[in-house]
Design a protein. Structure first.
Lengths: 113, 112
């Protein structure tokens, strides 16, 4: 069964901490995405990556960075966590040839205190 | 940028009732998608629509791609408790990068 695995289901971090959210997919997908989900706002794209070492800003990249050193792993980094980054974070991947073949992870609920 | 407006924001219905939700856009989309997110999980694709006017069914679910290409709706017939979750519409970004733009979501609760 194909999978996108997010390393943590729940995280609690302090303001100012550097936070790493990890995402691993086992489907050899080229494209990977990080979304943020907030009530009433839906899913908003933070960053995406078309291939290893490639990254592109999404709609709300401020306060975030990403790393993709290996094809299967896409990390989201909060350089200095703030309370307004408390949210649900969803990782997704898809093969290059299937524009709509997104597979989502189960999400990481991050609370910044 | 492009935005999708999804309504209603939430629904609380009795088991067995039919449900309807819709999504509108300020610009044309080439593709409409409908996802469902079960509690504690990521969204899963329910239906994909590729052509204006297209009507597609998946079991008790029916979705249509509006003629104007600026809207889509999703109907669920004879709702059951496992229909509970958040339903998202999504459209393909016009820049042809393949990025998806999501609506705000409709939270559905079903009373047995």
């Amino acid at each position: 069964d194909v999978k996108v695995t997010q390393s943590s289901r729940y995280l609690v971090k302090r303001t100012g901490e550097k936070v790493f959210l990890e995402c691993v997919q086992d489907m050899d997908h080229e494209n990977m995405f990080w979304y943020r989900q907030d009530p009433g706002l839906g899913l908003r794209l933070i960053y995406f990556s078309y291939d290893v070492k490639m990254k592109e800003k999404g709609d709300i990249p401020e306060g975030y960075s990403v790393s993709r050193e290996k094809k299967e792993r896409f990390s989201l980094i909060l350089e200095s966590a703030s309370t307004n980054q408390t949210s649900m974070y969803l990782c997704a991947s898809r093969p290059q040839r299937l524009l709509y073949g997104y597979t989502f992870g189960s999400g990481t609920r991050l609370t910044v205190v | 940028g492009q935005q999708l407006n999804q309504s209603p924001q939430s629904m609380f219905i009795q088991e067995g009732e039919d449900v309807s939700m819709n999504c509108t856009s300020s610009s044309i989309f080439n593709t409409w998608l409908w996802y469902k997110q079960d509690p504690g999980e990521g969204p899963v694709l329910l239906i994909a629509l590729y052509k204006a006017g297209e009507l597609t069914s998946n079991g008790r679910l029916t979705a249509q791609f509006g003629i104007t290409r600026k809207d889509s709706f999703l109907n669920i017939s004879a709702s059951i408790p496992s229909d509970v979750g958040i339903y998202f519409c999504a459209g393909r970004d016009s820049s042809n990068t393949g990025k998806l733009i999501f609506g705000q979501g409709t939270t559905l609760q079903v009373k047995p």
